[in-house]
Design a protein around this ligand. Structure first.
Ligand code: ADP
Ligand code: MG
Length: 423
């Protein structure tokens, strides 16, 4: 019961799809390794063919280079495909567990929760968890492996170059995070403003007579332009970050490449590595930016999904109905539809203690008897029906159907017994 339902669903899905999980691991590993190989081939081509002007095996290396690029694409495709399938499977498992819970959950839960909130847990929160798996955790593993792989490859060429790469890694990361955070904040603010603008239109249209009667046209107009102005400013901000980010990264990349070229130039000759290694390093470093940028996004996705996990787990920890007799079936309660007896024995019920809505009700309804309950609004008719269906529990007394306490009938069987149309 204490265990997270999300975690449990994940492990069940992984266990039932071992083959797919193995394929996923293969795709991840393949994508990482395959992306590290092309720079090595480039190095070979330069050092063994281009610099000594030796055409031997050049075509083979070129073909290999292309094949590797193709392989990167294939592994990426495989990874995306499997992630989507697995994400859906995990979502399904979580939703099934939640549906099961919904059957057992105490009915008082529904009187304290809006139906929208429950639906949102099933849809939005589970979707957020899906993202956690697909573009969060797995993406992060891939990005980390890629970063480590690239730094290791450069380190093997020259530890000095490796150190240099390591030292500017935090710079790329910090710049990217700064932009991503500001962008997210502006986007969230914009979304809130859009809904404000929309609400304002609906509100003005609905209350047009009131606004006119109160001579509040100017006031409403000013409010509306205020929202529009704010909306414009946030959108402007989003666009600004979007437009500026890419050039900044490009310039940073150009600087890093220039620095490497300088360090390797003949006058400096400080690194003492071959031309091929320089070219390969430049390619590797260019490839480094992408996983570092992704890393920040993935971190963000994970943070958002964690609250989804918390909400789903909270839902799963809600108290369940007690006192159900799970062996009871609808047929056992009502073997014959023509023979249904309904009895109220000393029934008392209060929503809040001390404020009894129904008090000491005794009523015996015989088979085939038609009964009408009449009373002014708020007298407790609907409450009585909810008690009959076992949606509410009486503080005192019992309601029995053919002698069986309605509260002991499992929800799934109860649905076969009762029909109820609200006013
Ligand atoms: N969920 C609730 N929480 C607290 N009080 C409630 C709730 N539902 C109904 N009541 C109160 O219980 C009384 C009976 O309500 P109800 O059964 O809906 O009356 P009727 O259907 O006869 O109009 C009313 O005073 C109502 O305010
Ligand atoms: Mg009513």
């Amino acid at each position: 019961m204490n265990k997270s339902v999300v975690k449990k669903s994940f492990f069940i899905t992984a266990k039932n799809n071992k083959m797919i999980m193995a394929l996923l691991a293969l795709a991840v590993l393949g994508a990482v390794i395959a992306s590290l190989i092309p720079p090595q081939i480039l190095k070979l081509i330069i050092d063994h063919n281009l610099v000594p002007q030796n055409p031997d095996g050049l075509m083979r290396l070129a073909a290999l280079y292309l094949t590797m690029l193709l392989l990167v694409g294939v592994f990426d495709f495989m990874k995306e495909f499997i992630l989507t399938v697995m994400g859906q499977k995990i979502s399904k498992e979580i939703r099934l567990a939640m549906m099961g819970k919904l059957e057992r959950i105490s009915s008082s839960f529904f009187s304290s929760q809006e139906s929208g909130a429950v639906v949102s847990r099933f849809i939005n929160d589970v979707d957020a968890i899906n993202t956690l798996f697909t573009s969060g955790v797995v993406g992060m593993i891939i990005s980390s492996f890629k970063i480590i792989g690239i730094i290791l490859s450069i380190w093997l060429f020259s530890y000095k170059l490796g150190l240099f790469t390591l030292s500017f890694l935090p710079v790329i990361y910090l710049i990217t995070r700064l932009f991503q955070k500001r962008m997210l904040a502006a986007q969230i603010k914009n979304r809130i403003l859009v809904s404000k603008v929309n609400n304002h239109i609906a509100e003005s249209l609905n209350n047009i007579l009131m606004i006119k009667a109160g001579s509040k046209e100017k006031f409403m107009e000013q409010n509306y332009s205020g929202y529009l102005q704010e909306n414009f400013q946030t959108l402007d901000k989003v666009n600004f970050y979007d437009a500026v980010f890419s050039p900044i990264i490009q310039v940073l990349r150009a600087f890093v490449i220039a620095a490497i070229v300088l360090m390797c130039s003949e006058q400096l000759g400080w690194l003492g590595i071959s031309l091929g290694m320089v070219a390969a390093s430049i390619e590797l470093i260019s490839n480094l930016f992408e996983p570092v940028e992704n890393f920040g996004m993935e971190l963000q996705n994970i943070q958002q999904a964690v609250s989804g996990i918390r909400r789903v787990d909270e839902f799963y920890a809600e108290p369940e109905e007690t006192g159900k007799n799970e062996e009871l079936t609808a047929d056992a309660v009502i073997p014959d539809r023509a023979e249904v007896k309904l009895d109220f024995h000393n029934l008392s019920f209060a929503y809040e203690t001390g404020n009894e809505v129904l008090k000491n009700i005794n009523l015996h309804i015989k088979p085939q008897e038609n009964v009408t309950l009449i009373g002014r609004t708020g007298v407790g008719k609907s409450t009585l029906f909810k008690l009959i269906m076992g949606l509410l529990k009486p503080q005192e007394g019992v309601i029995t159907i053919n002698g069986i306490d309605v509260c002991s009938i499992p929800n799934r069987e109860k649905r076969k017994i009762f029909g109820y149309v609200e006013q």
